[in-house]
Design a protein around this ligand. Structure first.
Ligand code: FBP
Length: 249
């Protein structure tokens, strides 16, 4: 079955709007405006995002408001439980397809005591998704007691390489701010495409500088959340991001 990846790419590049933080972090990320999924879905539509990333609950309840391709996140966890991180599957590939997803996403905490559980769960998802041509995106973050420095360049490259080895079509990793490290990570990803997470809201000048580096390093774009929907002008920022990613808005 041919992989339907062009549905979540525009000229080979990507700008995804991530909105799964309500589960991952809780409402501390939200204000009166962005707590409402309709606000985020409006940004994704008006900003012509390449896709929006949601958990199944929001995808189900706000289905008619989703106007751009959907990437359905299949696992997730809260940040309340401490200890070795594990994020288990909460939605199936079949359900994702029913909800109209153009791709599915799954987080793996590399280095966690529970790494093998997540790798195995990912494998089943990857196999099923690929059997129907659905692209799979792996969020790969180094986490857990055995990870000494989660923003080391070596680990960033390791995450990228694992993404290639396990059959992810796109990986989402965090940029440690060191251009040379990112270039090496992208090389390690081989034919697996790389997008970068936004992280906590930062100064716009710093964000834009990093996005220029991200594109120069060979990534295909961003999967960004808080920096956009916590911004006082999300659409203006979106245009700036698009200018860097595609060379025009
Ligand atoms: P942000 O751009 O808001 O950082 O979103 C990217 C993302 O990967 C989300 O999809 C996810 O909810 C969050 O970051 C997880 O971040 P962390 O595990 O570091 O708390």
């Amino acid at each position: 079955m041919r992989l339907k990846i062009s549905q979540i790419l525009k000229k080979g590049k990507a700008l995804y709007l991530a909105y799964d933080q309500g589960l991952e972090h809780g409402p501390t990320d939200f204000n009166d405006k962005n707590v409402n999924p309709e606000y985020i879905l409006e940004i994704s539509e008006k900003g012509k995002y390449t896709a929006v990333i949601l958990q199944k609950g929001i995808a189900e309840k706000y289905k008619e408001k989703i106007k751009v391709p959907l990437i359905l996140k299949l696992n997730g966890k809260t940040n309340l439980l401490k200890g070795e991180p594990i994020s288990r599957q909460l939605c199936t590939v079949k359900e994702a397809v029913k909800l109209g997803a153009s791709a599915v996403g799954y987080t793996i905490y590399l280095g966690s005591l529970h790494e093998s559980t997540m790798l195995q769960e990912f494998e089943k998802i990857q196999r099923e998704a690929h059997s129907i041509g659905l692209p799979v995106i792996a969020w790969i973050y180094p986490r857990g007691k055995s990870v000494k420095n989660k923003s080391s360049g070596k680990l960033m490259a390791y995450c990228a390489r694992v993404g290639l080895e396990i059959g992810a079509d796109i990986i989402k990793i965090k940029y440690n701010g060191k251009f040379k490290d990112l270039k090496w990570a992208v090389k390690n990803a081989g034919r697996t495409k790389v997008v970068i997470a936004g992280g906590i809201k930062k100064r716009e000048t710093l964000l834009l500088k990093q996005v220029r580096e991200i594109m120069k390093a060979g990534c295909i774009g961003l999967a960004i959340g808080r920096n956009v929907w916590q911004s006082s002008n999300p659409l203006q920022l979106t245009n700036k991001l698009k200018k860097i990613i595609w060379g025009k808005s």
